[in-house]
Each structure stands twice: as C-alpha cells, then as structure tokens.
Design a protein. Sequence first.
Length: 409
Amino acid sequence: MFDAAVLMEWVELSVRWLHVITGIAWIGSSFYFIALDLGLHRDRNLASGADGEEWQVHGGGFYHVQKYLVAPDQMPADLVWYKWESYATWLSGFALLFVVYYLGGELYLIDPNVLDIPVWQGAIISIGSLALGWVLYDRICKSRFGDDNTRLMVGLYVILVAMAWAYTQVFTGRAALLHLGAFTATVMSANVFFIIIPNQKIVVADLQAGRKPDAKYGKIAKQRSTHNNYLTLPVLFLMLSNHYPLAFATQYNWVIASLIFLMGVTIRHYFNSVHGRRGNPTWTWGVTVILMILIAWLSTAPAFRYEGDDEVHLQGDALRFASAPGFEDVSNLVIGHCSMCHAAEPNFAGLMWPPKGVMLETPAQVASAAQRIYLPAGVSHAMPPPNAVEMDDVARAEIVSWYRAATDG
C-alpha cells in the first residue's frame, strides 16, 4: 500500500498531467482561431454573406472555413462552443496550486527570510491576490482608460510588473513566479468565463429571437481575446520556471518575469503579423534574443541565501523530521552523498546552482527537505545520479526508515 508521500506524489503527477492536457487543448484552439481570423480573405464577395473565408489542408483532407461577423441566415442547431478547455485548464491549475503550494507550503510557498507567516496566511494571500487581480483588471478594461487598446495594454503591463515585485516580497522565489503565472492565467480564463462566452450568448440569443445584435459585444470579446493571445506565452514560461532556479532564485527574479512578458509580445507580434499578411517583421526575433540574453545575465545575480543560523527556523514538519530516530545518521549520509551538488556553490562540474534550488549542506536543510529526499533517494533510485556518487541499498533503507518513523509517529 502507498504511504502518504508516495500517494501525494502520484496525485500531484496526475493533476499536473491533467493540467498539461487541458492547457494544450486551450492554447491549441486559441492559437488556431487567432491565426484563422487573421488569415481570412476578406476581399471576396461571398454568396453566403460571410465576412471572409480560407481554404486549408490537413491530414489528407481539405477544409473550407468561412467567418460570419453576425451569423448565417439560419443559426445551426449544433453550434460548437470552445470554452471547456479554458475552464478545465484553470480548475486543474488551481488544484495543482493547492496540492503543491498549499499542502506543501512549508517547503514551497513560505520562506521565513522573505516573510515569516504561517502557511494558511500565505494561502489566503494567494487566493485573494488571484481574485483581486481579476476584479481590478476587469474594472480597468470597462473604464474610460480601457477605451484605448494600446494604453490599456501598457497599463496591464505595469500591473503585471507590480505584481511580480509584490509576490517576491511575500513568497519564495519559486512560488512568486508561479503565482504571477497563476495571476495572469486567472485573468485569461475569467475573460472567457465572464466576458467572451456571455457576450457571445447574448448575440446568439438576439439572433434566435430575430433581433439585430449590438456590435459592442463582439468588440469587447475581441479585446479580451487579444489580451489572452499576448499573455499565453509568458504564462507558459512562468509555469515552467519552477524547474529552473536560474529563473526564480535570484534577486532579480521579478525583473526577469517582467521581461518575459515583453518577449511574449515580440513573439506573438511576429506570428500575428505573418498570419494577418501584414509583412514579415523578423526584427522581433532580434529583440527577443536581446531580451533573453539580458535575462540570462540577470540570472547570474546571487541566489536568495540566509547567512545566519538556519537551525532557528526549524518548525512544523522540519522540526518533526529533525527529532525523528535516525536523523543524525541520515543527515550525515545525505550531506555526504548530496552536498557536492546541492550546495550554495556546487562542487560538481558544470553546476552553478543547486539542482531545483535544493541545498543539503546542513542538518536543518536536510530536515526541511525530508520528502524531497525520501521519494527520489529512498523510495526510488533517481538520486543521487549513479555517475556522480553511489548510494547503496542500505543507505536508502536508512532514509526510508527515518522518514517513516517521523511520519508514523
């Protein structure tokens, strides 16, 4: 039977896989329809009354796609709505946030050296920030400030930069960038749930009732869809950033995140221009490369480190693992086998930073990372890498025995 740690690992993997699947579905349909809309031939007088058309080929078949600004003469009964991809992506993402950062808050969410608060307070700040972000964004879009799309996009960017900085003042660097991605994804999914789909339903209802729909609903939906289009790529980067300490574990991590949003704009501008037959702005790739070089340079800033006595920060689960039978032996074992890589300054060739940001140089660090040691080095043989240092089965059994003594007690 699985113990709690193994069970939670599989729960996390399952939820993460679901999130990836739904995210691919949402992003795929979003990118397809943006490219389709931009690529339509609108210079043809179509007998159907459609605004534009495009012929496409895929999988050995030909597709004739037409777009109606309002609707055809007769509304089809089997109208397909693209919305569940967005909803499922957000729901699975929040579930993953809950499993990893709320249940695992002592390890992943809260850093006492950044802000010493209980995990439950961090979770409330997390949830509150996601909800508040949508409310503020939505109100700005509906205000006079939002009448100018360019001004609105600049204002949105300023908000995102401010949130990037604010998150780093509350959470760990890893959690800060992840939350910035969740903040942005919440805005995107809420755009679909609260604006785009409801507006489209109003138009459909008017058409079915024989009324002429107000063009403002399509204009508003188009604005929010455009925002989603430019925000997608930065969200993907931020969701992946937790695997790369060079992105999140430096004092300039919020600046790095801010530059990633600019890269999203340059990349999407290129593809939107090409798909819309508005030229081939290859200069955007030059700007993108410059931004990435700047990001790589900023990533070499010192990682967040605490130079004091880290023993005083042992609390909760970490204190329980440090008090469990066998901890002293396991601590010496882990430090001896793992600290060559998992150190503030790794001694293993080619490593500039500890893998995944995990440092195992002191007993306190070992106790704080108990589950991250138990699963890859105790239950499985994933760590340490066999070409780095060998750990025999007896040593792995000691880790398992220590961890289970702490969790069973």
